[in-house]
Write a protein that binds this ligand. Structure first.
Ligand code: AMP
Length: 586
């Protein structure tokens, strides 16, 4: 509102987020004689002249450089200009308007709020208010409150009576408070409309106009919208004064940071497939399902499998939902099973994998779901369950997204077992490094070791094994469940391929090996029930064929069978010998 500078719309590529930005700048800037440190400063939050406490809280958040929208918007907002921004969630737009507001209100001592932020949903209201709170965490006496429907009115009134800097809310509840006189608006000198297009879609236009008319005339106005339909342009024309216009081109490239895969699966096997996927990745996962009742039953099944999981659906009271999201953010929960409505706007950096357990109703829903991961330029994964009948929806989805969604195989026993082994050994190794630094723990462990050695005459190896046994517990360490259903899941055309392939190899139990290690996995129908151990397998193979013991790869012995990695491309004669191999126990 202050500056009368001519509006200069800037088109910015929203995909340039991330720390690489500085490095890109260095490689592009050949002529400059600046040092890397100087360049980093040029490109950091320092250039905005923020006060110390704000810089400190950004450091705490781990933000190194401003995102493109922040680079473009913050200087304009600091000048007091109105702003019209086209940017989607995930671009860092919240900080783009929150940081200049916090900076300006650093020394504010007045009781009544100076800034009002309007959002379409209560989820977004809490999220934006939480962002304000965390960005102002180092500023003394800075207060943000969120007011929205569905929660206790009286609580909000008592908060509004205290010193408040920023109020974030949904239009309906804001109107209620204004009408009751519990929200004093005569001090408001900045209004932000966040996700304005969503607000219009939800029919809030009249409410928004009602509120704007009640606010003081002299105010800075900021309008953010993911899309720019005519109605939004009209609002901007009507209420914004010579706004700076910023457009973040699209987050298409950002969406590419999310690896999108699909799994063909029939309904009866969905839960089984889900459990297998979670064997490979189970931290920071959100699973989308269509119904509330399904959220509960899936969560229960996953809990039984030992996962830390919670449910997010419309039946759960708002305060509990907030609590759940907070627990996910802090790592107390790893997996969330949610419906679309309940997870709207969910922004948790930890989410690395989105599973579309039920096919989404439309492209928009799918885009929103997968956008829960890959936030602000980070990478993420999305998996879509597709059954035979949904196959053509998949093609439609690919067409409208102009993206090929590749097929992913359901993890088989071998992959899961390798993962289990890998995780256990990594965990043990990581623990040894940690404990080395912890003197108190170290001396306790030495005491325990001494006791075991002296009192029970145990050897080091025996102690190590017993400790591993303790971790592994009573359950079988390796998965041995029937996996024959996995191959039957594939879509029609893949089915045919698989059958052809199976026919070729079924006569001999040769299994494909997924890596490029030069090995092929062979299955032998001898296992623990035959009292077979690894050395028996090695000696039988070496004595019956010309395979050298050192060229044998991984060996896994299960109850009824064993899997052995042998060099690829063995000759016919050797394969025949392996076919008739008898493995003897000692
Ligand atoms: P938004 O578009 O406001 O919903 O922000 C998307 C995500 O980006 C949030 O998780 C923010 O915490 C994160 N974020 C915003 N700005 C930055 C930044 N400069 N550096 C790193 N992450 C950021």
């Amino acid at each position: 509102m202050v500056s009368k500078r001519k509006s200069t719309p800037s088109d910015i590529d929203g995909s340039n987020l991330t720390q690489d930005y500085v490095n890109n700048l260095i490689t592009e800037d050949n002529s400059a004689e600046k040092t890397k440190t100087q360049l980093e400063e040029d490109d950091s939050f320092l250039t905005f002249g923020f006060n110390k406490s704000l810089l400190e809280s950004l450091k705490k958040k781990g933000y190194k450089n401003p995102t493109p929208i922040q680079k473009a918007a913050i200087p304009e907002l600091m000048l007091g200009r109105d702003l019209l921004g086209q940017a989607q969630t995930g671009t860092g737009k919240t900080a783009a308007f929150a940081l200049p507001i916090i900076e300006k209100l650093e020394d504010n001592n007045e009781v009544a709020a100076k800034v009002l932020v309007m959002t379409p949903t209560r989820e977004l209201a809490t999220q934006v208010a939480d962002s304000f709170k965390s960005y102002s965490s180092e500023s003394k006496n800075f207060n943000t409150i969120a007011i929205y429907g569905g929660t206790d009115f009286r609580n909000q009134i008592s908060y509004l009576k205290r010193k408040t800097d920023v109020v974030v809310g949904t239009p309906g509840r804001i109107i209620d408070h204004i009408k009751q006189g519990t929200f004093k608006i005569n001090n408001i000198n900045c209004l932000v409309l966040d996700e304005a297009d969503e607000m219009l879609k939800m029919g809030f236009l009249e409410d928004i106009e009602w509120i704007i008319d009640k606010l003081p005339e002299e105010k800075q106005m900021v309008l953010f919208s993911a899309t720019m339909p005519r109605e939004i342009k009209n609002i901007a024309k009507k209420y914004l004064n010579n706004p700076a216009e910023i457009k973040i081109k699209s987050i298409k490239k950002e969406a590419q940071l999310i690896s999108q895969k699909f799994i063909s699966i029939q309904r009866n096997y969905k839960l089984e497939a889900l459990k297998r996927i979670l064997e490979i990745k189970n931290e920071g996962v959100i699973i989308f399902v269509r119904t509330k009742s399904l959220t509960a039953s899936i969560a229960e099944a996953l809990e039984i499998s030992g996962h830390s999981v919670a449910v997010l659906n419309g039946d759960i009271p708002q305060s509990q939902r907030e609590n759940t999201v907070d627990r996910l953010r802090k790592g107390f929960i790893d997996i969330l099973v949610a419906t679309d409505v309940a997870a709207r706007g969910l922004d948790v950096e930890r989410i690395k994998l989105v599973i579309n357990y039920d096919f989404p109703f439309d492209t928009e829903t799918y885009t929103h779901r997968i956008g829960r991961t890959g936030r602000a330029g980070r990478s993420g994964e999305a998996i879509l369950f597709v059954n035979r009948r949904e196959k053509h929806f998949l093609r439609n989805l690919e067409n409208s997204l102009k993206t090929k969604i590749e097929e992913l195989e359901i993890p088989n026993n071998q992959i899961i077992n390798e993962k289990r082994m890998d995780k256990l050994t990594k965990d043990i190794n990581a623990n040894s490094i940690f404990k080395k630094n912890d003197e108190e723990n170290r001396s306790l462990m030495i005491d325990i070791l001494d006791t075991l050695k002296v009192k029970y005459s145990m050897k080091n190896e025996e102690i190590a094994m017993a400790a591993i046994n303790l971790i592994v517990g009573n359950k079988p360490f390796f998965i041995e469940e029937d996996e024959s259903w996995i191959n039957k899941q594939n879509l029609a055309e893949r089915d045919r391929h698989t059958k052809k392939g199976q026919n070729k190899s079924r006569s001999f139990n040769k299994k494909s090996n997924h890596d490029n290690s030069g090995f092929e996995t062979f299955r032998f129908e001898y296992g623990k029930v035959n009292k077979i151990r690894i050395p028996n397998i090695i000696s039988s193979i070496c004595s019956s064929t010309n395979i050298n013991g050192r060229s044998i790869g991984k060996i896994q012995v299960f109850n009824n069978f064993s899997l052995v990695d042998l060099p690829k491309n063995l000759n016919k004669e050797t394969i025949n010998k392996l076919k008739n191999l008898k493995i003897k126990s000692y």
